[in-house]
Design a protein around this ligand. Structure first.
Ligand code: NAP
Length: 371
């Protein structure tokens, strides 16, 4: 058995729940992330999956016909089977509006469509990069920066929308930021050098052509390094006077696509203020108590899990734990250049996408942001 340590929220789950289940829609329901939304929402205790939408080529088809289902079904079989007969509606607010809307749209499509849903009164939880870096759009990880949701107030004031847009970060940046959050709080971060090995599912379906992917490493993912260099500072920034003051550290990222199905691995070196030892860094990671989220149905028991085994974490062994919502840290050791280095692993399509958005929506509902 490997030894692990977990950063848990430490609170007892409360029985809070909305007075009735809240209708939700999924945009881009047929894709890699959309399918995970459908699986997660099929039996959600607070939300009721109402509309499924995708592109024009899918509109009017039954879900089972429009979608090339890619997920293992296990105990979810019957829930998916129930969805298979559902007819996809047009991806417009007229056809697919609901109080909560989960968007798994590509960025260009999201840029056009998400504001239309927000204007129609929907609270949109987006996986796309289109609006992530807007000043008044929360880039949210509930355990890390729940207070950033307050940006919705400024967003609604500026736009006049009764709905709004809340983004989850880029999947690779999410994994990095969850691990950096305790270090920023405990020491302060000066510099980060990160090399990613990113799963194929991160490119959507059909994604990378098989002849490029099999037995290969592709050292380029469009716009990924730029997102890694800017999003963590917004997430770990401070909310001051209704705006985010980004954390001042630098990130240099090198991103690679590798032939792994699910799970991004990241090799990280960090320069921290005061040059703490690897033991002190391990201690900061294991004793971190994330903002309390244990009363949210999609919150994992452990947001961070620190592994001591010398060959962990591994995508094949660790990425599915806690329904893909845990970020794994291992191999914490001295770095001759920046001070400390370690390996991170997280589920790109759950912690980095569908699971993250559902958790964000739960937090927004819990904090009373539903229009
Ligand atoms: P994907 O597998 O390519 O799915 C794209 C979805 O968008 C499909 O449902 C597609 O429907 C729909 N779509 C395409 N054009 C549309 C249009 N004009 N109107 C309405 N729907 C349209 O992509 P994905 O991997 O799920 O990614 C979705 C979003 O999540 C992207 O912004 C991506 O960057 C982000 N994201 C992905 C991951 C990941 O691990 N994959 C992680 C984090 C963030 P049809 O089937 O009808 O074409």
């Amino acid at each position: 058995m490997q030894r692990t340590s977990e950063s848990t929220s430490g609170a007892t789950p409360s029985a809070w729940q909305p007075a009735s289940r809240i209708p939700v829609s999924v945009l881009g329901a047929t894709g890699v992330v959309g399918q995970r939304f459908v699986r997660r929402l099929a039996q959600h205790p607070w939300f009721e999956l109402r509309h499924l939408a995708a592109s024009e080529k899918s509109t009017g088809k039954r879900y089972a016909e429009a979608c090339s289902w890619r997920l293992a079904l296990h105990g979810d079989d019957e829930h998916y089977a129930g969805r298979g007969a559902q007819v996809l509606v047009p991806c417009t607010p007229e056809a697919a509006a609901a109080p909560l809307v989960f968007s798994a749209l590509d960025s260009a499509v999201a840029r056009e469509l998400e504001p239309r849903f927000a204007e129609a009164g929907c609270l949109v939880f987006s996986n796309a990069s289109a609006y992530r870096m807007e000043n008044d759009v929360p880039l949210l990880i509930p355990e890390v920066n729940a207070e950033h949701l307050a940006l919705l107030v400024a967003q609604r004031r500026r736009t006049g929308w009764s709905g709004g847009i809340v983004c989850n970060p880029n999947c690779t940046a999410t994994i990095l930021s969850v691990a950096l959050a305790p270090l920023e709080r405990a020491f302060g971060i000066e510099q980060v050098l990160v090399t990613s090995m990113q799963a194929l599912s991160g490119a959507g379906h059909p994604g990378v052509p098989s002849l490029d992917a099999a037995g290969n490493v592709v050292p380029f993912i469009r716009e990924e390094e730029e997102k890694m260099a800017t999003e963590p500072q917004k997430m770990l920034g401070a909310l001051r006077g209704g705006a985010i003051e980004p954390a001042p550290f630098l990130v240099s990222a090198l991103c690679h696509r590798v032939p792994v199905v699910d799970g991004h691995t990241e090799a990280v070196s960090v320069k921290l203020r005061g040059a703490p030892t690897p033991q002190a860094v391990r201690e900061a990671l294991t004793t971190w108590r994330p903002a309390v989220t244990s009363d949210l149905p999609s919150a994992p028991r452990a947001t961070l899990r620190v592994h001591d085994a010398e060959d962990r974490p591994q995508a094949r062994l660790d990425v599915e734990s806690e329904r893909g919502m845990t970020v794994h840290v291992g191999r914490i050791r001295a770095c001759a250049v920046l001070g400390v280095k370690m390996v991170l692993l997280g589920h790109n399509a759950e912690r980095g996408a569908a699971g993250a958005s559902v958790l964000n929506a739960e937090l927004a509902v819990r904090q009373g942001y539903l229009a």
